[in-house]
Design a protein around this ligand. Structure first.
Ligand code: DSN
Length: 425
């Protein structure tokens, strides 16, 4: 690279990623092949439309690479259709809302502080301005069980057109069959926003909502799925015919979604990202990836146990998936921001996070959120989780001791250097 300034920043970021542990549960390390596809000449090409139905010439290779990504995505998740053009999770969710609902319609999603995502109707978002969001939540913070009775009663009263199952900070598995019962009762379409757990589903380490009667799945492609930064929308229904307007029926969801992604809310697809998605979906279909997903779960459970042993109060007292939410206010009388900051100093990266019904504000919330997808990719095993928990505890205990923090930081760096980045190969 000739641009020295950018080159230095890339090198510095690679060093940061190499010498520290990425514990943010929505992050991961991609393979060399995914990085190569992202940095390929597909970035030069405009391809508005869909394979075989484009508005520009020169699509002989883009058509093939997009079709490959679509076919691999469908096979991986057992969907009738895949739109792989969504640039990211927020526009993917927006596309589904607009494909199926009209402004003023009701959409049901998880209470935001109980784990729901910002795009599930946080006040101030474009979707919250256009749609009427109603909520379900957990009934018991100690177990994390969703209050399905209350959910049914709210659904009967408010008649949502769309019910979203999905989260960005919920450490337990959802009961998709219960969602499907409620959806049927009120005649709502069911969408799973599985951004966090898409890799686990692809790797057969978590249930697939499509097996329980869900109609739509939205997901980012860069979290547990370990692909490029981007998103996709999977759906059940008839083969898409994106050039033709169709009625709003469940069978027509593939066409409604394609037409809403383009030209509804996006222009040209990012073909270099789509090529990298195709690579990642190929990787996720291998036995190695299934084994990786099992290791994510084992590491997560062990890390949760080791943290609890050291006095971290975990929301729901454990985890069924790749993520862990700890109430550091109750545990150590610190807010999540203070813990995030001290751990940053020793090379452990995680994020502050609200906990259910948090009395503190989002910039100084009571919790931290962490997870094991990236450190598992890096090669850490179950026994290493005791060391990670110990570093976290030591850093919190010695947060005002700069010398001790320096020592811990050196230990973390030495440890990390044993584990190459997947993109080194
Ligand atoms: N930012 C993602 C996460 O960390 O969960 C969701 O958008």
């Amino acid at each position: 690279m000739k641009d020295d300034k950018v080159k230095k920043l890339i090198a510095a970021e690679e060093k940061r990623q190499r010498e520290g542990l990425e514990l943010i549960p929505s992050e991961n390390y991609v393979s060399r092949d995914v990085l190569d596809a992202m940095g390929s000449v597909f970035t030069n090409k405009y391809s508005e439309g869909f394979p075989g139905k484009r508005y520009y010439g020169g699509q002989i290779n883009t058509d093939k690479v997009e079709q490959l990504a679509i076919d691999r995505a469908k096979a991986l998740f057992g969907a009738d259709h895949a739109n792989v053009q969504s640039h990211s999770g927020a526009p993917a969710n927006e596309a589904v809302y607009h494909a199926w609902c009209e402004p003023g319609d009701t959409i049901m999603g998880m209470e935001l502080s109980h784990g729901g995502h910002l795009t599930h109707g946080r006040p101030g978002t474009i979707s919250a301005k256009l749609f009427n969001f109603v909520r379900y939540g957990i009934k018991d913070i100690e177990t994390g069980e969703i209050d399905y009775d209350a959910m049914l009663s709210v659904a009967k009263k408010t008649k949502p057109k769309l019910i979203i199952a999905g989260f960005s900070s919920y450490p337990r598995e959802l009961d998709y069959a219960k969602f499907a019962e409620i959806g049927k009762e009120v005649n709502a379409v069911l969408m799973a926003d599985m951004a966090h757990i898409a890799g686990l589903i692809a790797g057969k380490a978590a249930k697939n909502p499509l097996d329980y009667g869900f109609h739509i799945i939205t997901t980012t492609t860069h979290k547990t799925l370990r692909g490029p930064r981007g998103a996709m929308i999977l759906s059940m229904g008839q083969v898409s015919n994106p050039l033709k307007p169709v009625d709003k029926t469940v069978q027509n969801l593939p066409t409604l979604i394609d037409r809403m992604v383009f030209p509804g809310i996006q222009g040209g697809p990012h073909m270099h990202t789509i090529a990298a998605k195709a690579v990642a979906f190929g990787e996720a279909a291998t036995p190695d990836f299934q084994e990786y997903c099992q290791r994510i779960l084992k590491n997560s459970k062990r890390l949760a146990d080791e943290l609890m042993k050291r006095g971290f109060k975990l929301i729901t007292n454990g985890t069924d998936n790749h993520l862990i939410l700890a109430d550091v206010k109750t545990s150590f009388d610190l807010d999540g921001g203070e813990v995030e900051e001290v751990l940053d100093k020793i090379g452990l990266t995680l994020n502050k996070n609200v906990i259910p019904d948090d009395p503190l504000p989002p910039f100084k919330p009571s919790g931290i959120r962490l997870g094991t997808p990236a450190i598992t990719t890096r090669g850490l095993k179950e026994d290493d989780m005791a060391q990670v928990a110990e570093w976290m505890h030591q850093a919190v205990k010695n947060r005002n001791d700069a010398k001790k923090l320096d020592l811990l930081s050196n230990e973390v760096r030495e440890f990390c250097l044993q584990f190459p980045l997947p993109s080194d190969n």
